[in-house]
Write a protein that binds this ligand. Structure first.
Ligand code: NAI
Ligand code: CS2
Length: 503
């Protein structure tokens, strides 16, 4: 974007300050769509409303696409647009909370680590996706077989993973006797702060015990619950935003109007007053985080797998089918909500109603394929903890079972029309090997469905080692998978929906 085009915007849209006002106090790793529309926007609103000087250095560690975004941010003087869309109404915000942006391919790893070790920096924040933590879900420990971690250990001063970057920067801060920082995970990960802590501490301990001790004592890792539906940016979204703005913003994102951020108030070295612009600081974020992961994200994954298989490209498309709508409502209210221990007066029924409305927002083109990505990293916190709860209580979890069967069907890599599915998942090769051995079974041949289901359930990093030993559970999944193979996703959801109606 050329700077002269910036001047074509109505002045009211533009922040009335320049990046000069900002101090880089937060280095954010993972400048994807979500961060740009969530944490950076909260921080922007704070700058609008107060004399704050908290600004971001945005860092992307991965991919050419990540580097391109950093280049574009630089070209756009760190300004970009967040378009909040709801049923045809769009509100534009031009964000002014970013001071600078970096990528290893542009700036080199060393410069990024030095930036993170600047005395003014008080927070490293993260939206690096579930897999970015390099934790083995089965053990809860750092996955030392992860290729990024192997590379980090081989060359700690030129790391590859986000965990490696933070550890390298903390080492410099420790050696230089600088202030500690807060590591603020904003990913959809169960106990995200604790997971970040586990990963960083283990990597540090493998390098330098004294560093690990310093981190243990001085660095804090608050957990957070983050919520805002921000679909991956498409060309269509960018074109639409160009029409509204009058200029091409290559870093623009579109999202829903809703946003929520609940943060444990445990900061090592100061923090922005995000509560002044709608965030909540609490002592314990666990109930909110579990509620969101199971109800919202659990429902999203259900709609993603069954929606994709049923021929729906977007979440809002699936929501136009009354069967999907009723089934996802029942999943949230009857199978996820009862598993939660919420503070008194939490109105889960209203939470569910609001989600039905949010999922139905047809202005958002949130692809079922996008949400279906990385299922191996998502299933445990979204579905499997709830399944375990139902097994213990002896209660019904047929929606969750159909969801798991749909995930199994999805990772076969072939859809119901025989077309290939572009499965994206760190365990993609494992799924492919299992399907190579078994092929897609025929519904009526229970023995072949059983063999396949059992092999998928034996993937310990997803399912742990308890569920596979529960015969009823295994039978339920075999039954759901047979049904799915026999009648297809739409019909299977319709059957559930009739049962829900008659309950
Ligand atoms: P995105 O694809 O736009 O961005 C992902 C970011 O993570 C990119 O900066 C990418 O470079 C980085 N990344 C990916 N794998 C990585 C790895 N192994 N190590 C380090 N960095 C890595 O995705 P988006 O929408 O920004 O979502 C990112 C995460 O934010 C999600 O996985 C989720 O945990 C969380 N989130 C997303 C929401 C959404 O609606 N998009 C809402 C709430 C949370
Ligand atoms: C989605 C989430 O991509 C996914 O897996 O379920 O990113 C979802 O959009 C957000 O968590 C909403 O806050």
């Amino acid at each position: 974007m050329e700077n002269n085009l910036i001047n074509n915007i109505k002045p009211a849209l533009f922040p009335n300050w320049t990046a000069e006002r900002l101090t880089t106090r937060i280095v954010h790793l993972g400048c994807g769509a979500f961060h740009r529309a969530h944490q950076a926007l909260y921080t922007h609103h704070l700058l609008e409303q107060t004399g704050s000087d908290w600004g971001y250095c945005e860092v992307n560690l991965m991919s050419q696409q990540g580097a391109l975004l950093v280049e574009n941010l630089k070209k756009q003087s760190m300004r970009y647009t967040v378009a909040e869309k709801n049923q045809g109404v769009t509100t534009l915000n031009i964000i002014g909370s970013v001071k600078e942006a970096m990528h290893p391919l542009i700036d080199g790893a060393q410069a990024i680590i030095e930036k993170m070790a600047r005395p003014d920096v008080a927070i490293f924040s993260l939206t690096v996706t579930e897999k970015g933590y390099c934790i083995d879900a089965a053990t809860g420990q750092l996955d030392q077989n992860n290729p990024l971690i192997i590379a980090d250990l081989a060359c700690p001063t030129s790391p590859r993973s986000a965990i490696g970057y933070m550890t390298a920067a903390l080492k410099l801060r420790f050696e230089r006797q600088l202030s500690p920082v807060t590591i603020l995970s904003c990913d959809n990960v169960r106990k995200n702060g604790q997971i970040a802590r586990q990963a960083v501490l283990e990597l540090a301990r493998l390098q330098d015990e004294k560093l690990a001790q310093w981190i243990e004592q001085r660095v804090t890792f608050p957990c957070t619950m983050v919520d805002r539906i921000v679909p991956a940016v498409s060309e269509e979204t960018l074109t639409e935003i160009v029409q509204l703005l009058g200029w091409k913003d290559a870093c623009a994102v579109a999202c829903e109007p809703f946003r929520q951020w609940v943060i444990e108030d445990n900061f090592a070295n100061g923090r922005p007053d995000w509560d002044r612009v709608g965030a909540q600081f609490v002592e314990d974020v666990t109930p909110f985080e579990t509620m969101k992961l199971r109800i919202l994200n659990g429902a999203h994954s259900f709609l993603a797998y069954l929606g994709y298989l049923g021929g729906y490209a977007h979440i809002s498309d699936a929501m136009t089918n009354p069967d999907y709508r009723r089934a996802v409502h029942a999943l949230m209210l009857n199978e996820q909500a009862p598993t939660l221990s919420m503070p008194e007066n939490t109105d889960l029924a209203s939470y569910v109603e609001k989600l039905i409305e949010r999922f139905s927002n047809s202005s958002l083109k949130h692809q079922t394929w996008q949400i279906a990505m990385d299922g191996s990293q998502k299933l445990p916190q979204r579905w499997l903890d709830s399944v375990q709860w139902h097994i213990e209580k002896g209660s019904d979890y047929r929606h969750l079972a159909l969801g798991i069967a749909a995930w199994m069907r999805y990772v076969s890599g072939v859809d119901e029309q025989g077309q290939p599915i572009d499965v994206r998942d760190p365990l993609k090769a494992v799924f492919a090997a299992i399907y190579d051995r078994h092929g897609l079974p025929v519904a009526a041949v229970k023995e072949s469905v059983k063999k396949l289901v059992e092999e998928l359930l034996a993937i310990e990093s997803i399912f742990g080692n308890k569920l596979i030993k529960n015969r009823d559970f295994v039978e339920n999944i075999i039954h759901a998978y047979q049904q799915l193979l026999g009648v297809g996703a739409r019909r299977a959801v319709a059957i559930l929906s009739v049962q829900d109606e008659n309950r």
